[in-house]
Design a protein around this ligand. Sequence first.
Ligand code: ZN
Ligand code: ZN
Length: 149
Amino acid sequence: MHVTNDSPETQLDWAIQTCRERGLRRTKAMQELLRALIASDRPVTLGELCELDALADQCDRATIYRLLGRLEEKGVVRRLGLHERAAYYVFCYPGEHHDYLVCTGCGKIELLGLECPVEALEKEVMSQTGFTGIYHELEFFGRCPACAG
Ligand SMILES: [Zn+2]
Ligand SMILES: [Zn+2]
């Protein structure tokens, strides 16, 4: 896990700018959706996003779903999860990364709140291969306490 110190507004500006460069124009709904994803400290589901007042006022579930797909295409949002039914969305920001814990029973995803084990390895890989801008995400699979019990 590596969390940025940039303010939510800076992150939002970056996302909107990136989308614009890649041909997606800003809309009120898109802005609210990005704001919600940036504010969340964990991956969120479509259902959770649809329940937010700021978004519910702007658009319906199908619109939010389509918008998430576009944001994913533009590389500012990432979709996680085992399958469509249990899809989670997270905001992607340069220099920030998270590792995850996924329950194979209920599909729930949590952020791994541990020091990332791979960052040192990344540096080594870059120096050995000449690759730059390397990133990773880890997913650990298992059963959550509710499913195991
Ligand atoms: Zn579970
Ligand atoms: Zn990591």
